[in-house]
Ligand binder design. Sequence first.
Ligand code: NAD
Ligand code: IPM
Ligand code: MN
Length: 403
Amino acid sequence: MGHVSLPSLANRRCAGHCILSALKGRGPHMTAKSMNPAGKMPLRWGGESARIAVIPGDGIGKEVTPEAVKVLRAVTAPARRPLEFVEFDWGADKYLKEGVTLPAGAVEILRDEFDAILFGALGDPRVPSNKHAADILLGLRFKLDLYVNARPVELLHNRLTPLRDRGERDIRMMVFRENTEGLYVGMGGFFKKETADEIAIQEDVNSRKGVERIIRYAYDYARENGLKRVCMSDKSNAMTFAHDLWQRVFKEVRQEYPKIESRHLYIDTLAMEMVREPSQFDVIVTCNLFGDIVSDLGAQLAGGLGLAPSGNIHPGRTSLFEPVHGSAPNIAGKGIANPFGSVLASAMMLDFLGWKPEAQVLREAVKAALREDIVTPDLGGVKQTVEVGDWLANFAKMAFERT
Ligand code: NAD
Ligand code: IPM
Ligand code: MN
């Protein structure tokens, strides 16, 4: 894997002048600010290969992401479909050493030179403020305008759900989380900080455009995938401004999809209903914070955080794929992190890139590993992260040799 460190990114920015002529006319987002000494261009603009930026991050992100890359190489090699990986070492170590989180120019490089980003996780006990995660992960979601956070909840083996008498047919839904607004935008502040009279404010920012595009995306997804039911969830009975907007936009947009059964649930009721009867949901759409919470709930219904993938998507632009889980400091460094979430996120990435058969093979590989009990301790197994990755890579390679 190629490797680009922060200082070299900074240098590339200084060297930008010499490459400007080479970039002319290469795509709608190419600007004079683009840095591209090697003349690399994403596949979507006519480049030779799909270019994947790999950001392993912290903790178990560094353990599961290489396994996903290994499996991606295995599944794409026999089919002779080129994928090029470039690794970026952004995370807590870099932040603590150099004070840099998301380097200057990083967003432009990702936007202009890459088709997708494979992301691990960020979070480190040595950075209690979580500043680097906010700058890098939330920064990329906002600055690349990745407004769709798609978090599928799919039970891949009956034994994995903690629910009694529920199986694969009951637990299969897509959670769409608004990913660029809400309580995550970082607007707010302190007044009289660290006094007895302290006030802390966190603003919930909701735009009509932002609400409309995520609700519409959820309906379009349902329609394109033959799914019959969309449930919008908010807390409009208490959040009478922000979620009143969600209500009004939902009522407008739903009328455009008369063949889809539209439903609204307050978020507290949704959490309860997901556990009581998960089979009633096909597509759920909700705001940023509620989507964060119900996607962990959904992940547990389907076997736990170790298996849950996600895509941070802006259709047609560089999008970011990551497991739902975090850096798991409690198991980091032990070699026992479950790589399934990262591998399934890679399958979502391949779908996004148009590599449908290969994406399917990755999902089949994970299902086969579950059947054969090639699993890490979180799923009751004895395998190490690398052993699971090797098994999946071998399955992926064989799958194409078999066909
Ligand atoms: P976490 O997801 O890291 O861990 C929660 C629990 O699930 C832990 O017990 C952990 O061991 C287990 N777990 C998670 N992923 C696993 C895997 N792949 N295999 C086996 N077990 C797994 O959540 P947390 O403990 O609340 O957060 C830890 C750090 O990660 C924090 O700094 C948090 O902010 C960060 N975080 C980052 C992301 C992200 O980068 N997308 C997501 C969630 C949390
Ligand atoms: C997630 C994580 C992040 C979020 C954190 C790390 C800011 O929990 O991706 O689900 O809340 O979005
Ligand atoms: Mn989360």
